[in-house]
Design a protein around this ligand. Sequence first.
Ligand SMILES: NC(=O)C1=CN([C@@H]2O[C@H](COP(=O)(O)OP(=O)(O)OC[C@H]3O[C@@H](n4cnc5c(N)ncnc54)[C@H](OP(=O)(O)O)[C@@H]3O)[C@@H](O)[C@H]2O)C=CC1
Ligand SMILES: O=C(CO)COP(=O)(O)O
Length: 375
Amino acid sequence: MSIKFPPPNPAPTPYARLTVLGAGSWGTALATVLARNGHEVRLWSRRPDHAAAINATGENADYLSGVTLPQGITATADLATALNGTEALLIVTPSSTLRAMCQAIAPMIPAGIPIALACKGVEKRTGLLLSEVVSDELPGHPVGAVSGPTFARETALDHPTAATVAFPFSYADRLSPENSPAARLALTLSGGGFRPYVSDDLIGVEVGGAVKNVVAIACGMMSGAGFAENTRAALITRGIDEMKLLAQALGGRRETVTGLSGAGDLTLTCSSTTSRNMSLGHQLGQGIPRPNCFDGRNVVVEGEVNAVSVTDLARRVGVPMPICETVHSVLHGGADLQEAFSALWARPIEAEPFALDLSLEHPAPQTSLHFGVRQ
Ligand SMILES: NC(=O)C1=CN([C@@H]2O[C@H](COP(=O)(O)OP(=O)(O)OC[C@H]3O[C@@H](n4cnc5c(N)ncnc54)[C@H](OP(=O)(O)O)[C@@H]3O)[C@@H](O)[C@H]2O)C=CC1
Ligand SMILES: O=C(CO)COP(=O)(O)O
C-alpha cells in the first residue's frame, strides 16, 4: 500500500508592481530593496522637482546621497501615476500625514490591494493605531505593517537586515497562506541582505514601533545628560515592559514585543544617534534648546509627537507607562529634565514582571540621580 502525502503548500507569488508613497530616506530604502529584487516600483514624492531629480540622477540626493538606486524605480509626484496598475502599496510618509494621505489616494487606489504601513506611530487626535486610520479611510483593503530595526541608509546599502511583515490573518489566509498579503509581501521584499519574518499580530507590531521612538528619546536624554550603559540597559528593558503592557491591553501579544519590531527596533534606536529620536533626546539632555536641535533643521522625530499620542492612549486603557510619561512631561509639559528623570527613578519599588502582583505597598525609595558627574 502506498501512502499519499498531501501536496506541499504552493509557494507565494511576489508582487510584480508596487507603489511607495514617500520618497524620504525610508521610502527610498524600501523602494531600493524592492527594485533590487527585480520588481517595478513607483516612488511618490510630493515635490515634482524632487521626483524629476531622482529620475535624472538615479540618486535621492536629498535623503540618501551617495546611494545609487537600482533600475526599476520611477519617481513621480503624480499620485494617479504612482498608483495606476499597482498590486501593493507601502505608505512611508510621517505618521502625522497618514489620514490626509489616505484621503488623497482614496479616489484612485486600485480596489482591494494590500496596504503596508512603514511609518511608525499612533494618531494624535484619535489614539488610533495607524492601521486603524487606514481602515477608517480606505475600507476594503488588507492593512498591515513592515517594521523592525532598520536604519534606512544601511538597508539601502544592502547590509544584512531583518524586519517583520505583519497582517492579520483572515480565514481565507489560513486556508491558503500562500495567498496571504503577509506571505506575498515578505517574499517580494526578501532578497540580498533583506530578510523578512511574517506575523499575524499587527497590533503587537504597531505598538512596538510607536513606543520605541518615545523610549529612544528617554535614552538620548539620559545619555546627553552624562549617563551611560547601565542607564540605557535599564530604559530599554523597562521600555519593553511598557510596550508589552500596552500591546496586551490593545489585544496584541506580549511575545511579539520581544521580536524585531519591539525589542529589536528599541535596541537599535536606543543605541546610536543615527536615530533621530535618540539624537533629539541626546541634544536636549545636553541642554540644547529644542529650536536649536539638529541645527534648527526640520527633522522627522516620530517619538516627539507620539509621546503625546502614546501616553494619551495608555492612560485611556489604564496602562502605566512611566518612561513615556516622563518624556511627555519634558517635551510637552514644561517639566525639568533632571527633576523628571529623578522622579522616574524614585518611584516606589515594583515587581518585575509587572503582572506579578506582590501586593506590596512600597514607600518611595530615597533615590537621587547625580546629574553633572561625568564618567
Ligand atoms: N529613516 C529610517 O531609518 C526609518 C524610518 N521609518 C519611518 O518612516 C516614516 C518616514 O520617515 P523617513 O522616511 O525616515 O523620513 P524622512 O525625513 O527621511 O522623509 C520624510 C518624507 O515624508 C515626506 N513628507 C513630509 N511631510 C509630508 C506631508 N505632509 N505629506 C506628504 N509627504 C510628506 C517628505 O517629503 P519632502 O521631502 O517633500 O519634505 C519625505 O519624502 C516615519 O514614520 C519613520 O518613523 C521606519 C523605519 C526606518
Ligand atoms: O525606525 C527607525 C529604525 O528602525 C529609525 O529611527 P529614527 O526615526 O529614530 O531615526
